[in-house]
Design a protein around this ligand. Structure first.
Ligand SMILES: Cc1cc2nc3c(=O)[nH]c(=O)nc-3n(C[C@H](O)[C@H](O)[C@H](O)COP(=O)(O)OP(=O)(O)OC[C@H]3O[C@@H](n4cnc5c(N)ncnc54)[C@H](O)[C@@H]3O)c2cc1C
Length: 382
């Protein structure tokens, strides 16, 4: 099949190098990291050394000056690790916590946070969600109030990926409650500042090798230089960040489901019941036909949307559709595949149950299915 216009032969070469790295240096450890509940920090450093953490950032900050095609290649190939938490943590580093620093940050912030994050020397997290505010981002309670030349921040953040080990945090606050949507402000906050603590590390269904923290900010004093972007513009800046987050989350999950489906096809050709391979039953052949169609549709929508963004559009509606549809399609594929493996799908050793658990987060993180439906229906004048 011809390459999608998002990609060139150069992207294929890049894909081969990311795949070789993942399969030789990460995949062999996946089971251990799943069992331990975390992967080691050296993964960030090694990926930084190889240039895989800054593919879309300019060379002056240590990036590769690539495009959305490269970013999607990394997300897709990370699905081969065999432990979804690694790809998610890396995506938070490269495509969620640092893009606001690149786009809205000062030169000083780019040198202090973006460049070391691209090198894998500093680990980043993005803190939006709070114990009492998830989907309804506008109701977050974390405040930053001016204090001399700086600010004092108070609040709690929950479900923060990389939050336990992060060196810095891209943080969403309110600087002016009375100003509504114009009262939000982003900050880049060092994690070792007095008053900034990890209240707990959360246990969770999937993505088990990534750490997920509840963070507490208790009178955390930050200098004025910690303000990211424009005071009062944080809500709009955050909405921009969420678009990339949704696109990249979908791309990685679709690739994960594709891998599981391919493995399931191989299994269905070999596994026999009632004297025949289970893949020869019409009901199962048709299930594969439907799964392949759904994944292809999700992938093409993802690529088309990434290309639209690459060409200068800001395709909010399409990105919401990508995330919604990918979440539903991936969920259906994972479920069906697990069923086709029978008891072996439920058992840990095949990795199918792990992929099934990991994939579920796509319908929740970065905006739930219901939030996507809200965004899409609003663009339809409803
Ligand atoms: C593994 C994992 C990693 C995460 N990483 C991060 C991270 O790094 N940084 C970060 O900030 N957050 C992170 N999150 C949080 C995630 O983005 C939120 O969980 C998500 O936005 C949903 O918010 P909530 O959990 O508070 O659910 P709620 O907002 O309480 O929603 C509960 C239910 O109500 C539904 N609902 C809400 N509003 C409506 C409506 N208007 N109409 C219909 N239904 C509605 C929701 O769709 C959902 O089904 C992570 C979550 C997980 C699970």
């Amino acid at each position: 099949m011809a390459l999608h216009p998002l990609f060139t032969p150069e992207h294929d070469e890049f894909r081969a190098s990311v795949r070789a790295f993942v399969e030789s240096e990460l995949t062999p450890h996946a089971m251990d990291w799943e069992r331990d509940g975390h992967f080691p920090d050296w993964v960030f450093k090694r990926m930084g050394d190889l240039g895989f953490l800054g593919v879309r950032y300019p060379v002056e900050y240590g990036g590769s000056g690539g495009d959305w095609g490269h970013t999607i290649v990394v997300a897709e190939e990370m699905a081969r690790v065999g432990s979804g938490g690694v790809g998610m943590a890396v995506a938070v580093q490269s495509d969620m916590a640092t893009p606001p620093i690149f786009r809205f940050g000062s030169e000083e912030q780019k040198q202090a946070y973006l460049a070391p994050a691209i090198r894998g020397e500093k680990i980043a997290c993005l803190a939006i969600t709070e114990p009492d505010a998830g989907s309804d981002v506008a109701s977050i309670q974390t405040t930053a109030r001016r204090d001399g030349d700086g600010f004092v921040i108070n609040g709690r953040k929950i479900f923060i990926t990389n939050g336990v080990r992060a060196d810095f945090c891209t943080l969403v606050t309110r600087t002016d409650k009375a100003a509504g949507h114009e009262g939000f402000t982003l900050f880049v906050v060092e994690r070792d500042l007095p008053g900034f603590t990890v209240a707990q590390e959360l246990d969770k269904l999937g993505m088990r090798s990534s750490d997920t923290a509840e963070l507490v900010l208790d009178d955390v004093r930050v200098p004025g230089s910690a303000l990211l972007g424009e005071e009062g513009r944080g809500f709009i800046e955050l909405m921009w960040e969420l678009q990339g987050e949704r696109l990249i989350g979908a791309a990685g999950s679709i690739a994960g489901a594709q891998l599981v489906m391919e493995r399931t096809i191989d299994y269905a050709k070999e596994r026999r019941a009632f004297g025949r391979p289970i893949g020869s039953f019409q009901v199962n052949r048709h299930a594969f036909a439907e799964m392949a169609t759904e994944l292809e549709a999700a992938r093409q929508l993802t690529y088309d949307t990434a290309l639209a963004w690459e060409r200068g559009e800001y395709p909010v509606k399409q990105i919401s559709m990508v995330k919604l549809y990918a979440g539903l399609a991936v969920g259906r594929v994972m479920n069906r595949c697990l069923q086709l493996w029978g008891g072996h799908g439920y058992a840990t050793e095949t990795g199918v149950e792990r992929a099934w658990r990991d994939s579920r987060v796509l319908r929740i993180g970065g905006g739930t299915d219901e939030v996507m439906r809200e965004v899409i229906s609003k663009t339809m004048g409803l």
